[in-house]
Design a protein around this ligand. Structure first.
Ligand SMILES: *[C@@H]1O[C@H](CO)[C@@H](O)[C@H](O)[C@H]1NC(C)=O
Ligand SMILES: *[C@@H]1O[C@H](CO)[C@@H](O)[C@H](O)[C@H]1NC(C)=O
Ligand SMILES: [Cu+2]
Length: 669
């Protein structure tokens, strides 16, 4: 789009939503609020400070939990808590934190961050530094040396992490990685290997340049993934499947509040976290009232360290959430491609580097899913002269968002089930990070490799994906405890039984944070429970939820003294439990870019605070070690990981017993 018209459109957004009134204290900032915040800051003293000046985060500063909960208990008699925004900007070479009172357009507080680490980079500064090499003669020379046309080259920005041996004198820097775009849209498959370009984001200059070796640029042929470029014979495909809902959609969206079957929850969009699920509550069997389950859930970090220690690759250890933010990289979902035909869509807004609102249409989709599965069934053949088969269809509600962090696409689903379960899924697809090599055949490789040969001259580098979720469970209220129900083998001493062994359960309630750190493979199998000791079923069991980990539970294999591991020290265990603290949201710290591990979950947990019978937060990390294979080339098929939050004595009995099946009619025939 012509930049002039784009600018006008941005400013139209400022007026677009002046008329919306706020329905809910957790609603994300409206575009009009983002505009007002920009105006306040630009007209303050800060606004006249020396350039460079840029916005790096603008978001809702959530009201205190108590205020939200009392508002929720009776919205008609409580005023909405005052709207506040939290803003991070860079001005005069410093990181500024501001709290803004949105209602009266005033700066409530302003401070400067003095510790280590920098805020998320913004898109504008990345686009600007990515152009620097094109007028830098050593780079022009390097491109020529590789027999590539400069006009076909594109560069992208990589965070540099922190390595005590390589400090950049307090400079906010990134590295550029360049690719050849000619002949394919799949530029990530065609890296210009051997070149290191360090850029200063504020001086806007190249501060270090190395060209150490030349290897061939992998060919373009066979890398394009667009349907329009494919030629016969075509790949396998079944027949078309259509989703139909004869009675229409079974859910309602009012503002940001979603209601479906027995569930109610709030959906928000944040520039850093992307999708945020709040105040998820489920009604009891007779629908008389809602019980809280999850106060808040979101992806707090996505740590992706690559395993190639060489000069060009050692610092590719990305924190996609804290260094880049999910907001600006959230894809606009394509109806019928990203979500089924029965989906509804919501939009989201974030502030760009200039502080102006940017709209992402279709940032979330919400749909009911029935994939032919049953939620329970039984066939009874013991009864005389009658065979009973009884079942209920598994219909669930899915909230989906997609973040495309450069080469990789992450699909994040929150699936709500009428049984009370919340299934949380992360799907990985998109493009590998490729290292170009001389090798074209497996048997040429004689030295240690840091990846697999997936195409000629193309190595898919080993790496991990650690997806950490912030899960503020409030099971039937905020006061909860974490219980580990461990399974122990017992050798039978009883002479009256021929059995030599059995297992039994030992339940331990975590007292302090040290008891709340769980490395699954290092311990006996255990159910991970969150219970509310103050709320019991009629039978006297404390109501609870359990966290069921799936196979995707890899922990980091780096040594504790390795720099990326110091920054992501939490990635050595799947689960941590902390007491609720409003400012502990980002598992790798508020300032993750070039962070040094001083402000992260592992550091907070070392305070060993009490976590029994209080408001607690679970931090769960899904992990996969990725050894690339040829099927991941030229684009990786979806790999889905998940975990489940499942009721444990939360209901008096199976809450789906007295639901009616949809397909009763067919069975009657
Ligand atoms: C603005 O509103 C907030 C919240 O209502 C209040 O605390 C603050 O004092 C007000 N500031 C000014 C300058 O009026
Ligand atoms: C809340 O967390 C912040 C950051 O870790 C910490 O500085 C503060 O002391 C914590 N507050 C309490 C009450 O623990
Ligand atoms: Cu991967």
């Amino acid at each position: 789009m012509n930049p002039f018209y784009a600018q006008i459109l941005l400013h139209l957004l400022c007026f677009l939503s002046l008329s919306f009134s706020h329905l809910h204290p957790l609603d994300p900032l409206k575009p009009s609020e983002i505009c007002a915040i920009r105006t306040i800051i630009k007209s303050s003293l800060l606004g006249s400070s020396d350039s460079p000046f840029g916005f790096h985060y603008v978001g809702l500063d959530e009201p205190d939990k108590l205020a939200v909960l009392s508002w929720q208990s009776d919205p008609s008699s409580h005023p909405l808590p005052p709207r506040r925004a939290f803003v991070i900007l860079r001005a005069g070479g410093q990181t500024h934190e501001l709290y803004i009172d949105v209602a009266n357009n005033s700066i409530a507080s302003h401070s400067i961050h003095l510790g280590s680490g920098y805020p998320m980079v913004n898109l504008e500064e990345q686009s600007a530094v990515a152009l620097l090499p094109f007028s830098y003669s050593p780079f022009v020379e390097s491109v020529k040396k590789r027999g590539v046309e400069l006009r076909e080259v594109l560069c992208t920005t990589n965070s540099v992490g922190w390595y005590a041996e390589r400090v950049y004198d307090g400079r906010r820097v990134m590295k550029l990685q360049c690719f050849v775009a000619g002949g394919t849209v799949n530029v990530y498959m065609r890296p210009l290997e051997g070149i290191t370009i360090l850029v200063d984001l504020e001086a806007m200059e190249i501060v270090e340049y190395k060209d150490r070796f030349v290897v061939p640029v992998p060919v373009a042929a066979g890398t394009d993934y667009r349907a329009s470029t494919q030629i016969p014979p075509y790949g396998p495909r079944g027949n078309r499947v259509v989703v139909a809902q004869p009675e229409g959609k079974g859910f309602t969206i009012q503002g940001n509040l979603v209601r479906w079957a027995n569930w109610e929850f709030h959906v928000g969009f944040d520039a850093r976290a992307g999708l945020v699920i709040s105040l998820a509550s489920i009604s009891n069997e007779d629908n008389s009232r809602y019980h809280s389950v999850l106060y808040k859930g979101f992806v707090s970090e996505l740590f992706v360290p690559y395993m190639d220690p060489s000069e060009e690759w050692y610092d590719k250890t990305f924190f996609d959430n804290g260094e880049y933010g999910f907001g600006p990289y959230s894809s606009s979902l394509k109806p019928t491609i990203d979500c089924p035909t029965n989906a509804e869509y919501m939009e989201g807004y974030y502030a760009n580097g200039d502080g102006s609102p940017v709209r992402i249409p279709n940032v979330f989709c919400i749909f009911e899913r029935y994939a032919g599965d049953t939620s329970w069934r039984h066939t009874e053949i013991m009864l005389p002269e009658i065979v009973i088969t009884e079942a209920r269809e598994e219909v669930s509600l899915v909230v989906r968002t997609v973040t495309t962090s450069g080469n990789y696409d992450y699909v994040f689903d929150w699936e709500f089930k009428t049984s009370g379960s919340i299934k949380v899924l992360a799907g990985l697809t998109g493009l590998l990070q490729i290292r170009a090599t001389d090798y074209t055949q497996f048997d040429q490789i004689i030295t240690e490799q840091h990846g697999e040969l997936v195409a000629p001259n193309t190595i898919g580098v080993y790496h991990d994906h650690h997806v950490t979720y912030h899960l503020d469970l409030d099971v039937a209220g905020p006061v909860n405890s974490f219980v580990k129900a461990s399974l122990h083998t017992v050798r039978s001493k009883d002479e009256t039984t021929p059995r030599k062994s059995y297992w039994t359960v030992i339940k331990e309630t975590a007292k302090t944070e040290a008891d709340g750190r769980v490395k699954l493979s290092a311990e006996p199998p255990a159910e991970l429970l969150v219970v509310n000791p103050g709320v019991k079923t009629r039978l006297g069991n404390a109501v609870g939820y359990r966290l069921i980990s799936s196979g995707a539970a890899a922990t980091s294999l780096l040594t504790d003294d390795d720099y990326p591991q110091i920054r992501a020290a939490y990635s050595k265990k799947q689960l941590w439990v902390t007491p609720y603290n409003k400012s502990e949201k980002w598992v790798a710290g508020l300032y993750t870019d070039q962070s040094r591990g001083e402000d992260n979950l592992a550091a907070w947990s070392m305070r060993n605070r009490p976590i029994e019978n209080t408001d607690i937060v679970l931090w769960y990390t899904m992990g996969i070690h990725h050894i690339p294979s040829q099927e991941d080339f030229p684009l990786m098929p979806m790999l889905t990981c998940d975990f489940e939050l499942r009721p444990f004595n939360f209901f008096e009995r199976n809450p789906l017993i007295n639901t009616k099946p949809f397909n009763n009619g067919y069975w009657a025939n």
